[in-house]
Design a protein around this ligand. Structure first.
Ligand SMILES: Cc1cc2nc3c(=O)[nH]c(=O)nc-3n(C[C@H](O)[C@H](O)[C@H](O)COP(=O)(O)O)c2cc1C
Length: 180
């Protein structure tokens, strides 16, 4: 069974990006994948301390917060789904802390080769240009980790909780599950 780790970054439980994450997860499970969802907003994950002691104690990070639980699952996963609203033209701080801590995999020279990832995001502004920052950060991050990009769902024009229902975002998120 393929394991897919989904990382969500919104504080809105029933918000637009979380609804897309759920739509993706349901479709992936229907396809026979195991989906492990981490709501980074509910986890204690500090910023990277740049101590370069990564994996020296066995675990990804010597600082024992919730990141190590995610790291363990990422090591075993075949798929990674980054789900975040656009906050100031990039990832929300909650999920960005996880991305910063992925530095541990670089320090330990553990690549994500063989894994696939996707980006699911939404924003209030109407222009697709609003995603330039988050998309660039995602593209360069997975390139460095040697992870294969399997696609994006980027939905502009959704501000209020639930606006995503008026778009084809949920359908596109479900379709992304076919990529794994
Ligand atoms: C702190 C903060 C920063 C935001 N920054 C942007 C932004 O730069 N561009 C934009 O279009 N929307 C921005 N938004 C709006 C959200 O991206 C939008 O409401 C989105 O639908 C929220 O997704 P969610 O329901 O999954 O939390 C911001 C919202 C917050 C709370």
């Amino acid at each position: 069974m393929k394991k897919i780790v989904v990382l969500t970054g919104s504080p809105r439980k029933d918000g637009n990006s979380n609804r897309m994450a759920e739509s993706f997860a349901r479709a992936a499970q229907a396809n026979g994948c195991e989906v492990i969802l981490f709501d980074t907003n509910e986890m204690v994950i500090g910023g990277c301390q740049a101590c370069d002691s990564c994996f020296s104690g066995g675990e990804a990070c010597i600082f024992e917060d919730d990141f190590n639980e995610i790291a363990k699952q990422l090591e075993e996963a075949e798929g990674i789904v980054f789900v975040s609203p656009v906050y100031w033209y990039t990832f929300s701080a909650q999920i960005k802390a996880v991305i910063d801590r992925l530095y541990s995999f670089c320090v330990a020279e553990k690549s994500f080769a063989g894994k696939k990832s996707v980006l699911i995001s939404c924003c209030e502004e109407d222009s697709l240009e609003t995603f330039d920052g988050i998309k660039f950060a995602y593209d360069k991050t997975i390139e460095l980790l040697q992870c294969e990009n399997a696609g994006y769902v980027l939905v502009p024009g959704v501000g209020a909780e639930g606006d995503i229902e008026k778009t084809d975002g949920l359908k596109m998120a479900a379709q992304l599950a076919e990529k794994f």
